[in-house]
Ligand binder design. Structure first.
Ligand SMILES: C[S@@+](CC[C@H](N)C(=O)[O-])C[C@H]1O[C@@H](n2cnc3c(N)ncnc32)[C@H](O)[C@@H]1O
Length: 383
């Protein structure tokens, strides 16, 4: 893996990690065990933790000690020695375990990262979440999970209070362009949490860069108590995909929004096919959206996952199953009946608002919006 990247100095961020060659998304860039792993208890004092850090450092080999002393020192206000300052500036973990990694510690932060760090209990990994060009800096987020819903000001507060730096990534710099990204991220926060039945965490206390706002971290979402309507679920997923795409978020996350929107719209349409009033009618605008969103989602997943990944196989199967219900689309395209609509957008009065599929011989009849409404109304009256 060492041939994938090199560590070198940057102009403003100390050292950073740079790709030596093109790295495709999903590649594991680093697999590493911690050089120090400290078990601790929630009530442990800072002095006790620092004493354990010093002891762990003394237990390291001379080579690891030398490598650790090369790491970024930071300026933790209460750490008294270089060893503890280094640990606090680079350590990962929580109240139960604190770990230090020699390679992972070299990756700088970005609010639009191209790699993601995770652990599986034995090792720690760093995986590419998009295509990385030769010479490009490889970055991770120091605010995982939350950064996509926070404004630049709120992110700056956390990064300043915890790491003492001002972020210069593409989402934060130049400052006069941040407002667009801020609006998108607030909307992403609202939509993504609403789809989980939650209210986004309240990040507003972080609008003030005051040490007390640290108390709000990590913020917690709250149950919203609202159930979204099927139409809202479709719209929210579609909007989320578009906002994440505009914000430069990784392909798999954008794909997720398109695929969820397509699946939910297909489900809604299949419910119409259960009703005697609409069972033989396919609404063309919906069918076209399902087709376009599925195609877009799968295209993005193919860019993200390696070709043999189960996600690609399962997604393609789901797409084929769904589209088999809307075969009339392909047929209408072949016979050029949909041509005008495809080229000029919807023309609801032009006779192609919906298709009626005759039971038995499967004959297709194109219907205008008016004809469709009339047909459904007649049937509803008879029910
Ligand atoms: C874990 S270290 C990362 C590697 C470090 N740059 C080095 O020289 O080893 C974290 C420190 O890197 C710097 N840093 C990381 N991301 C940055 C960013 N987006 N903008 C400015 N400084 C950054 C900050 O000084 C931060 O405290």
């Amino acid at each position: 893996m060492d041939d994938l990247f090199e560590i070198r100095r940057t102009a403003t961020k100390g050292c950073g990690v740079f790709a030596k060659k093109a790295i495709s998304s999903y590649t594991i860039i680093v697999r590493e065990s911690p050089v120090i792993a400290l078990k601790c208890a929630p009530g442990d004092t800072a002095a006790k933790i620092d004493a354990s850090i010093e002891q762990a450092f003394r237990n390291l080999s001379k080579k690891d000690q030398a490598s650790e002393l090369q790491l970024h020192e930071g300026s933790h206000p209460n750490a008294k020695t270089k060893v503890t300052r280094i640990f606090h500036a680079n350590g990962f973990g929580n109240e139960h375990v604190k770990e230090l990694y020699l390679t992972k510690s070299r990756f700088n932060h970005s609010c639009v990262p191209n790699a993601f760090a995770y652990e599986d209990g034995e090792s720690s990994y760093l995986q590419a979440i998009r295509q990385i060009a030769p010479g490009e800096e490889i970055t991770i987020s120091y605010l995982p999970r939350f950064e996509e819903a926070m404004t630049s000001r709120q992110r700056a507060t956390v990064l300043h209070l915890h790491y003492k730096f001002e972020c210069r990534c593409a989402a934060c710099w130049p400052p006069h362009q941040r407002w667009k990204s801020d609006v998108r991220r607030q909307l992403i926060g609202f939509l993504s949490y609403a789809l989980e039945g939650e209210n986004a965490p309240d990040f507003r206390p972080l609008d003030i860069c005051h040490p007390l706002s640290w108390v709000c971290w990590p913020p917690q979402p709250t149950p919203s108590g609202r159930v979204l309507t099927p139409a809202q679920e479709i719209e929210y997923n579609f909007l989320l995909a578009n906002l994440r795409e505009a914000e430069g978020w990784p392909d798999y996350l954008v794909a997720e929004g398109y695929l969820h929107a397509a699946t939910k719209l297909a489900f809604q349409q299949s419910e119409y096919q259960q009703s005697p009033a609409t069972q033989d009618i396919v609404f063309l605008e919906a069918a076209r959206c399902i087709e376009a969103w599925y195609q877009k989602g799968l295209e993005l997943e193919k860019k993200f996952y390696p070709p043999a990944h189960p996600q690609i196989r399962d997604g393609t199967m789901a797409w084929e199953n769904t589209m088999s219900r809307f075969r009339c689309l392909q047929y209408l395209r072949m016979t050029n009946s949909l041509k005008a609509r495809d080229e000029h957008g919807p023309s609801e009065s032009g006779g192609n608002f919906a298709v009626r599929i005759q039971e038995g011989d499967g004959t297709l009849t194109l219907l205008s919006q008016e004809d469709t409404a009339g047909l459904i109304w007649q049937r509803v009256k008879r029910l």
